[in-house]
Design a protein around this ligand. Structure first.
Ligand SMILES: Cc1cc2nc3c(=O)[nH]c(=O)nc-3n(C[C@H](O)[C@H](O)[C@H](O)COP(=O)(O)OP(=O)(O)OC[C@H]3O[C@@H](n4cnc5c(N)ncnc54)[C@H](O)[C@@H]3O)c2cc1C
Ligand code: FES
Length: 275
């Protein structure tokens, strides 16, 4: 799939809760976008040349609409939050592998180039879909894409949730909050244990400590976990090596224990990455 830069048009923008925005844009990329992939959003400010990587939260491909839900965490996302309906915004995409490619081990640069549709790879399996903090948005499209049995576990800081009502429409949702103001007090793993949640496969995105916990939990319970590493990036297209993460085994070509999150990821089999 080719990556390209495009002028998209803002379809709508709203604040969901303090500092968290939902942005729908009109772009031809909507028809190609898969769960776990992301796009690069340019801010239009000459001092911030790099596109900001934001996950795809939802798509309406028949209307060419693609949604991102993001937190204002610095100057770039602050500028993006000022965009209004009808504004033009430059985007590059679609970027990254997504859950579908990760779940079938697809890798253009190794020998496995067979892309198996997500729901075929997971036939007969039950998936635990886990999102933590600003890792929650990409899990909405992931949950919507899964036709198999699934349960969702979402971790928030407190009861000021976002997107929860949309997940509720998709099936059983369990919540954890850091302060205990809603659901289980503690982590998503605490919510899984407290509610006796079980499954065969985990799909997850969230902060690194959460992903480390999920990797350990999956290993302990003999489960597969596909985790999205939303680490800091620069070019976003594989050229600068600004996003490498350690891998358990050596890369086929470079013979080092490294992989680029922006191209080979951001979604990895948790057993493959040394996090
Ligand atoms: C693949 C991928 C998908 C992402 N998806 C989303 C998403 O769906 N929603 C969302 O809100 N954010 C997402 N992010 C994070 C988002 O890209 C950053 O918050 C954004 O680039 C910050 O830009 P800025 O100019 O506003 O802030 P900057 O001024 O560049 O940084 C402000 C603060 O944010 C921190 N920061 C910057 N990048 C990251 C990062 N990747 N992870 C954690 N902290 C960071 C910096 O350390 C700094 O403290 C994603 C990142 C990646 C790599
Ligand atoms: S961000 Fe440049 S190689 Fe990944």
């Amino acid at each position: 799939m080719s990556k390209r830069k495009e002028e998209a048009t803002v379809y709508s923008q709203e604040m969901l809760t303090d500092g968290i925005y939902s942005l729908w844009i009109e772009t031809s990329m909507a028809s190609q976008a898969k769960a776990g992939q992301f796009i690069g959003v340019f801010t239009g400010d000459g001092t911030k040349l790099l596109a900001r990587p934001i996950s795809i939260c939802d798509v309406k491909s028949d209307e060419n609409l693609l949604r991102m839900v993001y937190r204002v965490s610095g100057g770039g996302t602050d500028l993006i939050s000022k965009l209004k309906k009808g504004d033009k915004v430059s985007v590059i995409g679609v970027l990254g592998n997504g859950y579908e490619k990760a779940a079938c081990g697809y890798n253009e640069e190794s020998s496995n180039c067979e892309l198996i549709p997500l729901n075929k790879s997971l036939e007969g399996k039950k998936v635990i879909v886990i999102g933590g903090g600003i890792g929650i948005p990409p899990m909405l499209l992931a949950a919507k894409s899964l036709q198999c049995e699934k349960v969702m576990v979402l971790g928030y800081a407190n009861k000021n949730t976002f997107l929860k009502d949309e997940f509720d429409k998709l099936g059983q949702v369990y919540i954890s909050t850091d302060d205990g103001s809603l659901g289980t007090k503690g982590t998503v793993i605490d919510a899984i244990k407290e509610n006796g949640v079980s499954g065969d496969v985990i799909f997850a995105c969230g902060p690194m400590p959460m992903l480390r916990g999920i990797k350990a939990y999956a290993k302990e319970h003999g489960m597969k976990a596909y985790i999205s590493l939303e680490e800091r990036m620069a070019c976003g297209v594989g050229a600068c090596l600004g996003c490498v993460t350690k891998t358990v085994n050596k890369d086929h070509h470079t013979h080092v224990n490294n992989t680029r999150i922006c191209v080979e990821g951001p979604v990895f089999d948790s057993e493959v990455v040394d996090i």
